[in-house]
Structure formats: structure tokens, C-alpha cells
Ligand binder design. Structure first.
Ligand code: FMN
Length: 193
């Protein structure tokens, strides 16, 4: 089973990365083939809203997203992992998501949705934020809405979300009572059929 994972955090060894690593450890243990994209290290331009994908069914911007588009087409499982930045996903994550507008055009304009493949397509969303959820922190809700729209656009029909608040300092996620174990179990469950 082919899994692709997007790490949307710019912080090396940060909470998103640690959480994602546990998820991928679980998925690999169950035999999954995993490709991880560290979005901050990639050459990714923001969507231009140029309309090319509406007309031609492909994105016109020639950067690292072209290869990601090909991988998204054939993945069985997709994982998005992001810190909460200003009540939403990180800019790196959002750029990747906006560039998936080409899949929206394929699905709704050209009526060619991505094939569900042999296992169906499932997703996992991992979110980490520093604030308390009850401090009017809409970050998790905003991020959920954004990533849900992305998942449905790329024909991921169901997904699970793990979200952790009050995780701020670099590496603080390791002190959380359940997060790393939850992530590991979620990785195993994601690739189980
Ligand atoms: C630019 C910026 C904006 C942030 N905005 C929020 C926010 O709106 N809500 C929140 O809960 N945490 C916010 N945080 C805290 C991060 O989500 C938190 O430090 C998280 O653990 C970072 O994950 P990482 O270690 O994977 O980068 C912000 C951090 C930065 C750097």
C-alpha cells in the first residue's frame, strides 16, 4: 500500500515531525511503502489562479508540485501533518493544498476524478497547536475545514484527525501522555484493510 505524507512544519525536529514519524513507523510496520514530503524544503510556488487547469486539466507551474501531483494520483493513503499557524494550517501546507486546485478542475470541470484504487483512498490529518483550545482557538476547526476540502478534492472520501493543543515548545509533544502512541496506532490503522 502506497502512503504519501506531507510535513507542513518548517521546524526541524519539531512537534509535527515527531508526531508524523510515529505515524509512519506504524504504517511501515504494517508493510506500507511511505514517501514523505517536507514541504518547507521544496520549491513550491503559490497557486496563480491562472485558469490553466480549468482549460487543460493540468497545472502550468513547473516546480516540485508536478511530481507531487503524480504521486497524489496513485497514493492509497494520504497524510497531512501541520502545526497551527494563526488559526490555520501552515503556509507551506496551504500552498500544497492550493496547488491541488488542478484536481478540483479534473474532478468537477473535466469530470475525471482520481481513481479510488484497489483499497479506496483514506486520509489522516495530524495537527499540533500551542494554544489552549478553549482560548477561542479556532485553529483546529479552520484547519479541519481546509484539509477536509483538500481530501475530498483528491478523492479521499474518509479521514481521521488527531489534534493536540497546548504543545508549543520544540519537542514538547514527547511529554504528552498519549500523542505519540495515538499517532503510532493511527499509522497502523490507516494502512489496515
Ligand atoms: C507563526 C506562528 C503562528 C502560530 N499560531 C498559532 C495559533 O494560531 N494557534 C495555536 O494553537 N498555536 C500557534 N502557534 C504555535 C505552534 O502551533 C506550536 O508551537 C507548534 O507546536 C509548532 O509545531 P512544530 O514544532 O511542528 O513546528 C504558532 C506558531 C507560530 C510560529
Amino acid at each position: 500500500m502506497k502512503v504519501i505524507a506531507f510535513n507542513g512544519s518548517p521546524r526541524r525536529g519539531g512537534n509535527t515531525e515527531l508526531l508524523l514519524a510515529e505515524t509512519l513507523r506504524g504504517a511501515r510496520e504494517r508493510g506500507a511503502e511511505v514517501t514523505t514530503y517536507r514541504l518547507d524544503s521544496m520549491n513550491l510556488k503559490a497557486c496563480l489562479n491562472c485558469g490553466h487547469c480549468d482549460k487543460a486539466g493540468r497545472c502550468i507551474i513547473k516546480d516540485d508540485m508536478q511530481a507531487v501531483h503524480d504521486e497524489i494520483r496513485v497514493a492509497d493513503r494520504l497524510i497531512v501533518a501541520s502545526p497551527i499557524f494563526f488559526f490555520s494550517v501552515s503556509a507551506q501546507t496551504k500552498i500544497m493544498i492550493d496547488r491541488s486546485q488542478t484536481f478540483w478542475a479534473e474532478k468537477y470541470v473535466h469530470k475525471k476524478p482520481i481513481s479510488p484504487g484497489p483499497f479506496g483512498r483514506k486520509g489522516l490529518l495530524l495537527l499540533v497547536g500551542g494554544m489552549k483550545r478553549n482560548e477561542k482557538n479556532a485553529g483546529f476547526e479552520c484547519s479541519e475545514a481546509t484539509v477536509r476540502a483538500f481530501f475530498r478534492t483528491v478523492n479521499v472520501q474518509e479521514h481521521v484527525t488527531l489534534s493536540y493543543d497546548q504543545v508549543d515548545e520544540k519537542g514538547a509533544i514527547v511529554k504528552h501522555p498519549s500523542a505519540l502512541h495515538d499517532a503510532y496506532e493511527a499509522g497502523k490503522a490507516l494502512v489496515s484493510v
